[in-house]
Design a protein around this ligand. Structure first.
Ligand code: MG
Length: 309
């Protein structure tokens, strides 16, 4: 895979001669790390950066390879790292046990260099493809933002967490003003281009890695802002609104501005569930549209409840 950074393998074996033999086979192709006991292997998995694959001896002086593999699988952080057993124990029962604890492959000693290289290469490729599919499943194909599925799941989890911890969660729903007219007038390719520019502007206006932006509908976006009160959410929303206006994408058919603008509905608070929260922000988006678009609306703005801004 052309410019792919070199994959890192963790080689676990208590015999220096075995480690040397494996290193001789794999060394120029991969970055190698070594562990000489089960606990050393687990420590390396926990403390260091995760390897892309583990080559694991079964017979180890402290805890055996099966137990090491079981623990790697049980930890959500390390569970995705493929484990290949590499051992002299070639009996069917041992292999069955190895696959039973979640190994992806089993290499019996004595091994051939070609077989070790091929198996490692194949499993690394499978892992990369799996990760690519996982990314695609949560990504909006046009804009590269998170998709609706990812957003709904994140909203559900964050609502639970914020309720448990008594924290305020911010949610902004953002809709491009008069987008249907834009598409009708300029055509769908220009419409897609506009969606991409707006996506990039909104994403670029975020300052915190914890804020999640998603495309949740045709011309609708959402920003989920963990641990954020109304004031904080409002400044995020205002930066996003301004960033889109500053693109100055001409929109001859807009009755709001001669360029592309967005309307934003905002909600921040603690004690409501994900569906209610989405509806609350959506109601504010509706109000922003009704009040003339190109603006942010939240519960309290324009009512007696909060000082309008
Ligand atoms: Mg051994």
């Amino acid at each position: 895979m052309r410019s792919m950074p070199q994959a890192t393998l963790l080689v676990v074996d208590d015999e220096p001669a075995n480690i040397e033999a494996l290193a001789a086979v794999l060394d120029p192709h991969y970055e190698l790390r070594f562990a000489m006991s089960g606990l050393e292997a687990l420590t390396a998995m926990h403390d260091g950066p995760l390897p892309d694959l583990v080559l694991l001896d079964v017979m180890l002086p402290d805890i055996d390879g099966f137990e090491v593999c079981t623990r790697i699988r049980a930890d959500a952080r390390t569970a995705g790292v493929p484990v290949i057993f590499i051992t002299a124990l070639g009996q069917p029962a041992q292999e069955e046990l190895g696959f039973g604890v979640g190994a992806v492959d089993y290499i019996a000693k004595p091994f051939t260099a070609a077989s070790v290289r091929a198996r490692v290469r194949n499993h690394l490729e499978l892992k990369r493809n799996r990760e690519l599919l996982q990314r695609l499943a949560i990504t909006d194909a046009l804009t590269g933002l998170a998709n609706r599925r990812h957003f709904d799941e994140a909203l559900r989890l964050e609502v639970q967490r914020h309720r448990r911890q008594g924290l305020s969660l911010g949610l902004a729903l953002i809709d491009i003003d008069h987008f249907k007219r834009y598409n009708d007038h300029y055509g769908h390719p220009k419409g897609d281009e506009c969606l991409n520019l707006v996506s990039a502007a909104l994403a670029g206006s975020l300052r915190r890695a914890s804020d999640l932006i998603a495309r949740v509908g045709g011309e609708e976006f959402a920003i989920l802002m963990p641990e954020t009160d109304l004031e904080g959410a409002l400044s995020v929303a205002e930066r996003g609104r301004a960033a889109v206006s500053e693109l100055a994408i001409p929109h001859a058919m807009s009755t709001t501005q001669p360029f592309i603008t967005v309307s934003i509905g905002l909600h921040a608070g603690i004690d409501i569930d994900d569906a209610q929260r989405y509806r609350a922000a959506d109601q504010q988006l509706y109000r922003a549209k009704a009040a003339g678009r190109d603006q942010i609306m939240w519960d309290g703005k324009g009512n007696a409840a909060g000082g309008g801004k």
